[in-house]
Design a protein around this ligand. Structure first.
Ligand code: BEZ
Length: 251
């Protein structure tokens, strides 16, 4: 049975508040225009949705997490719980924007099909998420820690990090013309270190273990990563690689 990640809006702000802050280049690529109707796919707590509204767009925001949607609604946003693989919008958006969420969506074709249905002819799909090689050291360390306990990481890894070539093919198959797509290495300082990052994002890996083993397994993962991702002063930097793209639905 595939499990779902538990989102904690407060922990997210503490351990990963940099995510919306680093989403600025995706907004710049989208170039939202006043009066446009935009879908924010995977809005989280709505920090970037608010920026789209600030640009004058009329924005509908969706996210799979009820907890994140509650935080977005508390900001006064038009935000709804929805599964990215089962979008029900029909030709109503000038653009679909997405930041730092599609690496959680393994059924990429279902998500892209829903986006293509949601767009008006000529509408834009612009976004960024983890691409091939994203968090490579972290995934390798998690794999080693689980393997030592008899678990194959592939059976619990929820993340999808495609190459530009593979994702382009999926977009084109759904009738989207790719304007740009590229991998962008982005070493990212972690404000609360690797332990904070793992606590917020890697729960599904440790959930495969008996509860009493989880804390030790997380500590082991941190120690395996220290050599590569922590500097002499104790600052942690994650090996993020973004896949950034802009595509247009054929008219
Ligand atoms: C990312 O933004 O690349 C990411 C965030 C959380 C988990 C995995 C990847």
């Amino acid at each position: 049975m595939s499990r779902k990640h538990d989102w904690d809006a407060q922990g997210y702000q503490t351990n990963a508040g940099f995510v919306p802050k680093l989403g600025r280049p995706v907004l710049d690529l989208l170039k939202p225009q006043a009066g446009e109707r935009i879908l924010d796919l995977g809005c989280g707590d709505g920090a970037l949705t608010a920026e789209l509204i600030g640009a004058g767009a009329d924005v509908v925001a969706v996210d799979a997490s009820a907890e994140m949607i509650a935080a977005a609604v508390a900001r006064g946003l038009d935000a709804h719980v929805a599964d990215a693989t089962a979008l029900t919008f029909e030709q109503e958006f000038d653009a679909v924007f997405t930041n730092a969420v599609l690496h959680w969506v393994r059924d990429a074709d279902a998500a892209i099909a829903g986006v293509a249905r949601a767009l008006k002819p000529g509408g834009r799909f612009v976004g960024e998420f983890g691409g091939h090689g994203n968090m490579a050291a972290v995934v390798t360390a998690l794999g080693a820690v689980l393997k030592a306990r008899g678990i194959d990481v592939a059976t619990v890894n929820p993340w999808f990090y495609p190459t530009p070539e593979a994702y382009r093919e999926r977009l084109e198959k759904a009738g989207l013309k790719v304007e740009s797509i590229a991998l962008i290495p982005r070493p990212t300082p972690l404000p609360t270190g690797m332990a904070g990052w793992l606590t917020t994002f890697a729960g599904l890996f440790f959930a495969a273990l008996p509860e009493e083993d989880r804390a030790v397994a997380q500590d082991e993962t941190v120690e395996l990563l220290r050599h590569s991702l922590c500097d002499d002063a104790g600052n942690w930097t994650a090996d993020y690689v973004r896949l950034r793209f802009a595509a247009t639905l054929s008219s």
